[in-house]
Ligand binder design. Structure first.
Ligand code: ZN
Length: 216
C-alpha cells in the first residue's frame, strides 16, 4: 500500500508516520532522508541532486521521483510506505502517478491531516530561544517559567524572524496554495481521506489509522 501524507507544516505528518510505522509495517519515506541517503551512498541520482541540495535550490522532480522509485522497491517497503514531503504540488503528483504506472504501481490513498491555519500559526510561532545558552522554548508545549526569560541563565529570550507569527502565516499561505489543488486531485480519484489533526496526538493517530484501514 502506497500512501501519501498531506498536510501543512506543523500538522504532525512526521510524528504520525513515526508512530504508525511499526504498527502498520509501512515504511516512512521522507524526501529529506532520500536526498541524504543518496548523497551519502554516492548514487548516480545522489550526485545529480547534491549541487541543488548544497545550494538550497529545489531538486528537479525527475531526480526526486527516481529516488522515490528506488526507495519503494527496497525490502522495508515490501508492505508499502508512507510518503512524506512529496508531492508538494499538482505537477509533481501527476509526474509521480505516471512514473509509478510505468512500474505497475499506484498510490492507494492520500491522507490529509487537517489543522486550521490559525492553530498552526500558534503552534509554529511559539518558538523562543536563548541567545546566551541556546536553550529552546515553546510558548505552548515548553514555556519558560517566566515569560521571555531563560530558565537556565536568566537571559532575555529571542524569537527568530522566521518564527514570528506574520512570517509563519505567510509561509503557511504559500503552502496552502499548493496543497489545495493536490487535495482536489486525490479527492477526484476517490483516494483522499481527511484525518482531523487538532486533537491530542493519540486522537490524531486514531484518525490516521482509520484512514489507513479504509474508512472514509
Ligand atoms: Zn539561557
Amino acid at each position: 500500500m502506497y500512501v501519501i501524507l498531506l498536510g501543512l507544516p506543523g500538522a504532525g505528518k512526521g510524528t504520525q508516520a513515526a508512530l504508525l510505522k511499526n504498527e502498520t509495517g509501512l515504511a516512512h519515506v521522507t524526501t529529506g532522508e532520500l536526498f541524504r541517503e543518496n548523497i551519502r551512498l554516492g548514487t548516480a541520482l545522489g550526485k545529480k541532486a547534491q549541487p541543488f541540495v548544497e545550494s538550497g535550490r529545489l531538486v528537479p522532480d525527475e531526480i526526486t521521483i527516481g529516488m522515490l522509485l528506488d526507495r519503494i522497491s527496497q525490502p522495508d517497503c515490501a508492505r508499502g510506505c508512507m510518503l512524506d514531503g512529496f508531492p508538494r504540488n499538482l505537477e509533481q503528483a501527476r509526474a509521480l502517478d505516471e512514473a509509478l504506472a510505468g512500474d505497475g504501481k499506484r498510490i492507494d490513498r492520500a491522507i490529509y491531516i487537517s489543522v486550521a491555519t490559525g492553530k498552526l500559526v500558534r503552534r509554529l510561532s511559539g518558538r523562543w530561544s536563548c541567545p546566551n545558552c541556546g536553550a529552546v522554548y515553546n510558548e505552548i508545549s515548553l514555556p519558560p517559567k517566566t515569560p521571555g526569560v531563560c530558565d537556565n541563565c536568566g537571559f532575555q529570550l529571542e524569537q527568530r524572524k522566521d518564527d514570528r507569527p506574520d512570517a509563519v502565516r505567510t509561509r503557511l499561505e504559500v503552502n496552502l496554495k499548493n496543497l489545495e489543488p493536490l487535495l482536489d486531485y486525490y479527492r477526484a480519484q476517490g483516494k483522499l481521506c481527511e484525518a482531523p489533526g487538532e486533537g491530542d496526538v493519540e486522537d490524531v493517530t486514531r484518525a490516521v489509522r482509520a484512514c489507513l484501514e479504509g474508512e472514509h
